[in-house]
Ligand binder design. Structure first.
Ligand code: SF4
Length: 302
């Protein structure tokens, strides 16, 4: 391991109240459902889990994880990951989705998977129907390069979307593999044609054995600058850095502000031209109906 590299770069193990639960952010949890994948990625951040030794959850561990979510009313979003949850049998996956979706405060479920990319034949109509039954279930997949958007992968993504399951992509920026605006733009365009939204472009985590793949922060910003304004806004992912040690995600974008004044802000646009945005006369932004709205929400128990 090189200096600065970490076995658990996102500090997940210190916020793991149950074997299968990582509770780092206030209103959402990560549910680690399995430790195996259909491909083992060189850049994996969870190699400590996917290298084996944790195994598929026992029914008892899974029940404890579901109970944890049930007992934490602040959790409104559950991200099921691992490993790759699409490697679970459908009965097993349903035994997780069904009780989670019955918990009143769980508003949405996300599933992180690389299966549509590397094992697209696993995305059957039956799997897509299962996910749709427990909507809203969002699939977060992981294409890193336009060459990965094969006809089969596209078909898998479209099958999910056709069944009413939204698909979003997160890519990881890797030095000399996809660290180029032309490649990221082509990836975004191919994803959008497959009805997948390019969601995150991740700065590589400081995971063990990945130093040679990391790019400087300035490279991600440069790529974003070459996308914003030069292509559809939907094709521009959020550039995210997951802070080492468990600080959570922050997003970055090129700085377009030249000068911030009391009456106006001066911007540089994507072509380098200067434009001014005037401040409104009235600057009080408090919402007069907010208290009424909150009182009504409390009354109706929402
Ligand atoms: S599929 Fe995901 S969890 Fe599995 S090795 Fe790749 S990045 Fe890691």
């Amino acid at each position: 391991m090189r200096p600065g590299e970490l076995e658990d770069p996102l500090g997940e193990d210190k916020t793991r109240p149950e074997e299968c639960i990582v509770h780092k952010y206030p209103d959402r949890v990560l549910f680690l459902a399995i430790d195996t994948c259909s491909v083992y990625c060189r850049h994996c951040t969870r190699r400590r889990i996917t290298k084996g030794g944790e195994a598929e959850l026992t029914r008892d561990q899974m029940r404890r994880g579901i109970d944890y979510v049930r007992n934490h009313p602040e959790v409104r979003d559950v991200l099921i990951s691992g490993g790759d949850p699409f490697l679970l049998g459908e009965e097993r996956l349903e035994s997780l989705l069904a009780p989670l979706s019955e918990i009143p405060h769980v508003e949405m479920i996300r599933i992180g998977t690389r299966v549509p990319v590397v094992l697209p034949m696993r995305v059957t109509d039956s799997l897509a129907r299962l996910l749709r039954r427990y909507a809203p279930v969002y699939v977060i997949t992981h294409f890193n390069h336009p060459k990965e958007v094969t006809p089969e992968a596209r078909e898998a993504c479209e099958r999910l979307v056709d069944h009413g399951v939204p698909v979003e992509n997160q890519a990881v920026l890797m030095r000399q593999l996809n660290s180029d605006a032309r490649i990221i733009k082509e990836l975004s365009h191919k994803l959008l044609r497959s009805r997948v939204r390019p969601y995150y472009l991740h700065q590589m985590d400081v995971a063990e054995g990945c130093e040679h793949l990391r790019t400087p922060i300035s490279k991600g910003l440069e790529i974003l600058q070459q996308l914003r304004g030069h292509t559809t806004g939907l094709a521009v992912p959020h550039l995210a850095v997951d802070l080492p040690g468990g600080g959570g995600k922050v997003t970055l974008q090129p700085d377009y502000v030249i000068e911030r004044g009391e009456r106006e802000t001066l911007f540089r646009n994507y072509k380098g031209e200067t434009y001014a945005y005037p401040e409104p006369e009235e600057t009080d932004c408090s919402c007069p109906y907010d208290e009424v709205w909150q009182a009504r929400s409390r009354e109706s128990g929402r």
